[in-house]
Ligand binder design. Structure first.
Ligand SMILES: [Zn+2]
Ligand SMILES: [Zn+2]
Length: 346
């Protein structure tokens, strides 16, 4: 029985090239209590390896989170296999619009403590007791209801460039940080308001909705599939789009424009702009919003200090970094004294 990859990434890439088969890229997740994670892991690996599935799959006692690709012709088999697992029957599959045949080079099925690194201790509440999932159409109705409180479950740099009208956008750096803040803000309304939440792809709301239910909120809803799926349904069903600005995404594109509104501003000169970049000083790399003019003037740096460092020869920069602890600022803080026009979100 072969339970692990035998081919190297390089050999895989060559094989895919050779086969020239069209592959589908898709993702899904499900919170569910899985008792024996290693047995489940091995079961999936054997079944999916057979179907030439490649990808990154995390399995934990709390559920499964999968990103993968497979030959289009094996999709029916794959779907049947998913449906044969009771808690994955009819699970919503997010199928990517753009397919990259080499998005994944191996099948990696890993047992972890969590399916998402969210820093929460979930022994205290049942993650499978989640809120009501709503479609884009139902969501549009709900958020017009005066008894609804709409909450953005993302971080400050995400909601800064785009959000649903009238949403509360907590000024937080992490998901974990946002939960107690929101709970405290809304504690008066646990029983008399509908709590409606959304995030990028839906996964953060799964846990947040279970958390808020556990904390005593009676009426909890979540946007099914997040902003990504909302946008798809709006286009497909010709619904009114209530999302303004850009949807921040965690890949090379950084963001997807949803409406023409520019709701953010350049952190350096204050003019309307919603383009995120990372500071060109490798030792800084802070994520911030910079307009074209400022990018030119500052050499794509966040501050004069960074501009000075970035202009040094590479070897000198390296020497400067030596022995210093480098914060990974890529998606983390995005806050700096030098960025005077960085707005706090509400
Ligand atoms: Zn500017
Ligand atoms: Zn910098």
């Amino acid at each position: 029985m072969q339970l692990y990859n035998t081919l190297s990434s390089k050999e895989r890439a060559a094989l895919i090239e050779e086969a020239g088969k069209e592959r589908l890229t898709l993702s899904f997740y499900q919170y569910h209590h899985i008792k024996n994670t290693s047995i489940f892991r091995n079961h999936l690996f054997l079944a999916w390896d057979e179907l030439d599935v490649l990808g990154r799959i995390y399995i934990a006692n709390e559920g499964i989170n999968a990103q993968l690709s497979l030959p289009a012709e094996n999709f029916e088999h794959f779907k049947n296999h998913l449906d044969s697992i009771s808690f994955l029957k009819d699970v919503r599959l997010n199928i990517a619009v753009e397919h990259d045949n080499k998005a994944f080079l191996k099948l990696k099925v890993k047992v972890r403590n969590k399916i998402v690194a969210d820093g929460l201790n979930d022994d205290t509440f049942d993650v499978t007791d989640k809120g009501v999932h709503v479609s884009a159409e139902k969501f549009n109705e709900l958020i017009e209801d005066p008894d609804t409180v709409l909450v953005d479950m993302r971080n400050h740099y995400e909601s800064e460039i785009g959000y649903f009208k009238n949403a509360i956008t907590p000024d937080v750096d992490t998901f974990r940080q946002s939960l107690p803040i929101i709970e405290d803000d809304l504690k008066e309304h646990k029983e008399n308001k509908k709590l409606v939440m959304y995030c990028t792809g839906g996964i953060r709301c799964e846990k947040a909705s279970a958390y808020f239910k556990h904390k005593g909120f009676k009426d909890v809803y979540q946007l099914e599939g997040g902003i990504i799926e909302y946008t798809r349904q709006v286009k497909q069903n010709d619904l009114e789009n209530k999302f303004i600005g850009k949807n921040f995404v965690f890949d090379d594109r950084r963001a997807e424009r949803i409406s023409d509104d520019i709701v953010a501003n350049c952190h350096q000169c204050g003019k309307p702009c919603d383009t995120h970049i990372n500071c060109a000083n490798e030792a800084c790399h802070i994520l911030f919003i910079q307009c074209d003019e400022c990018a030119e003037r500052m050499n794509q740096c966040c501050s004069d200090a960074c501009k000075d460092v970035a202009s040094l020869p590479y070897e000198e920069q390296k020497a400067l970094r030596k022995g210093k602890v480098i914060n990974n600022n890529i998606f983390k803080k995005g806050r700096s004294e030098a960025l005077i026009f960085k707005k706090s979100s509400k």
